[in-house]
Structures are given as C-alpha cells and as structure tokens.
Design a protein. Structure first.
Length: 363
C-alpha cells in the first residue's frame, strides 16, 4: 500500500514565513525606490525652475542701463562717480513724471529694497508693490528689449510733430493707446538713439499702420510731457522698447511662496512657484575704476549709479503637496549669504546664486 507524501504543518509554516519575508523585502525595495525617485524628481524640478529664474533675471540685467552706443549718459554716475565730469552723451526722457519709480529709465539701472527684521523694507517699497513676503528682498531693474529696430528717418526741421520712421513690419505692439480699452496695456515706450543722443517717448499711434511713430501729448499712460523730442535728427539710429521689471516673493495661486515679476508697474505675474526667499547684494564701484569695491545690501547703497554688479540668491523649496515632510536628505541644512540655516520642516531646499555684471555701467 503506497503512502501519500506531503508537507508537514511545520514545513508549511516555515515556507509561509520565508514567503512573507521575501514579499516584505520586495515591498520595502519598491517603497524605497519610489521615494528615491520622487526626491530626485523634485530636485530636478527645483533645479530646472531655479536655473530658469536665474537665467531670466540675468538676461535682463545684461541689458540694464542701455541707452545707445555709449550707455553712460552725462553725469549719470553721481557726484563722485565716473563720467560725472560731463563726458558721455545726452538723454532726454519725454515721459510724464519721468522720475517716477517705474518710468525713470535714464536713472539708475537697478534699485533694491532690503528686508528688515520688522516686516518692512529699506528703502521703503513704492506704491503698487503689494503682498510681498517679509524677510525677502525686492529689486527693480530697468532695461530694453533685445530687438533692435532701425530708424530709417527722423528730421525735426519739418516741425515738432515729425514722426520717427521705422519699417512698417516691426515688432512693436500693434495697438493704439488712444483707443485702448485698458489704459497702460498699450504702452510701446521706446528709446530712439544714435551714438550722440537718445530720447525716451511713448508711441501714440498704431505702429503697424505705416511705421510712422507719433509722439503726441495727452495720449496713453504715462504719456508724453511734450511733442518735441528735443533732437535735430537721428544719424543711423536704432530704436528699442524699454521696460522696468520688479521682482519680489509672495504667496502664489497655490499658496506656495513664488517669485513674482511686475512689468512697468502693471499687475504682477507669477514667474516661478516654489521660491521661498530672494536675497540681493549690490557691487558698488566707490573708487571709480570700473571694478567692484564691495558688495552691500540695498540699505547700504549710497549712490545707485555706482552699482555695477548684482549678486542674486534664490532659495528654492519643493512644492509637491504629497512631499511636505520627511523628504530632505540629512537635516536639510543650507547656506545663504554666509549664514548656515537648518529648517525643521524636513522639506527639500536648494540655493541658486549668481553674480551678474551690469555691462552698460562699466564701459
């Protein structure tokens, strides 16, 4: 008689335990791999966003202070600064309230506001910059577009209203500020220049009609203070659109701290989400030799015309709602402007720092 053979109860229990251990190991490996992937994915996104933000600001700073061939106008480096002796060339700003924070294109290329310990800024923020997060710096740069439009003709001898002629097919906004429903949306604020003179004015007609740029008063925002451009002509002149960009940190649509950009004083837009803090230092040339003597905070800048370099630091933070805690590798310590900071929320952070020279200030 043949006996049936099988596994004993003990053998079955041992097999089950071994199987459970193997399954637990596979699950642990899966969870660990998934966590590692998510952390690396967040790091990659922070790096991409941080690099984009730095690149965007850098490209604007590269052109800051441009007013033509010789971009240091007469007396624009301050009482003790280079070119204060009357060298350089003339710049006429025909805009209304030309010294307004957002329109003073011929003034200092950059302005900054240092966050203090009381929830404020020094110098104080101008009207229009709202809801900025305390403890993070604010700074503004004044620049031009990277598109150069050739001025084919301008002759003031025909009268103060003589148009500035450019090609009809041009990159200016094809809108008419006289009929624009939203004042300020059709700005077309431009600088026309050659290697002798420059003038800033607002185009007061649709530049796409015939390429003849009008510059009348009483039209558009901020509008022109006078019709006469103050130039006899432009010899081989060029025209660019000009603008100001103000950067600051405030909570974005998803309630995460974000880097905002305000253009020409209009309503700000989110540039990048997940920027927890921005700190800015300014390289000043106090010895008037074209080199930075020291880097200081905004509240220590005596003359903004002496700033020839800007050092920007952005603190990026992960904004994945599923990864708020326990994802930082180690203790999450990072260094910002020489200070070692150790957050206690376990979130990923990375600091991006870059120093940009204002090329139009060291010519």
């Amino acid at each position: 008689m043949n006996k049936e053979k099988g596994f004993s109860l003990v053998e079955l229990m041992v097999a089950l335990v071994i199987g459970l251990l193997l399954i637990a190991g596979v699950i642990e490996l899966f969870v660990s791999t998934r966590q590692t992937y998510r952390v690396q994915d967040m790091k990659a996104r922070m790096q991409e966003d941080g690099r984009y933000a730095i690149h965007h600001i850098s490209s604007l700073l590269d052109r800051a202070g441009y007013i033509g061939c010789n971009s240091i106008p007469t007396g624009n480096r301050g009482a003790t600064g280079r070119n204060s002796g009357g060298t350089g060339r003339s710049l006429v700003n025909n805009l209304n309230t030309a010294n307004n924070y957002f329109w003073d294109i011929g003034g200092a290329p950059v302005l900054g506001h240092e966050a203090d310990n009381n929830g404020g800024w020094s110098p104080a923020l101008p009207a229009g910059i709202n809801q900025a997060i305390a403890g993070s710096d604010v700074f503004t740069l004044r620049t031009v577009s990277n598109v150069f439009i050739e001025v084919s003709h301008f002759d003031s001898s025909v009268g103060p209203s003589a148009p500035v002629k450019i090609p009809q097919d041009n990159p200016l906004d094809d809108c008419d500020p006289a009929t624009e429903a939203k004042p300020g949306e059709c700005a077309n604020i431009v600088i026309a220049s050659d290697c002798n003179n420059s003038v800033i004015f607002q185009v007061t007609n649709d530049p796409s009609v015939d390429g003849n740029l009008q510059h009348e008063t009483g039209i558009g925002t901020p509008g022109n203070s006078r019709v006469d451009l103050g130039l006899s002509g432009l010899s081989q002149g060029w025209l660019n659109t000009i603008t100001t960009h103000t950067f600051f940190i405030r909570n974005g649509p998803s309630n995460y701290p974000s880097l905002y950009q305000m253009v020409l004083g209009k309503a700000p837009d989110v540039l990048i989400e997940g920027v927890e803090q921005m700190q800015v230092e300014y390289g000043v040339d106090t010895s008037n030799n074209g080199s930075v003597d020291q880097y200081v905070k905004a509240n220590a800048v005596a003359e903004w015309e002496q700033v020839i370099s800007v050092r920007i630091s952005l603190v990026m933070i992960n904004i994945d709602p599923q990864q708020n805690d326990n994802v930082a590798l180690g203790d999450g310590t990072y260094t910002l402007e020489g200070n070692v900071i150790t957050p206690d929320d376990g979130r990923l952070r990375q600091v991006f720092t870059k120093t940009i020279t204002l090329r139009n200030r060291i010519l």
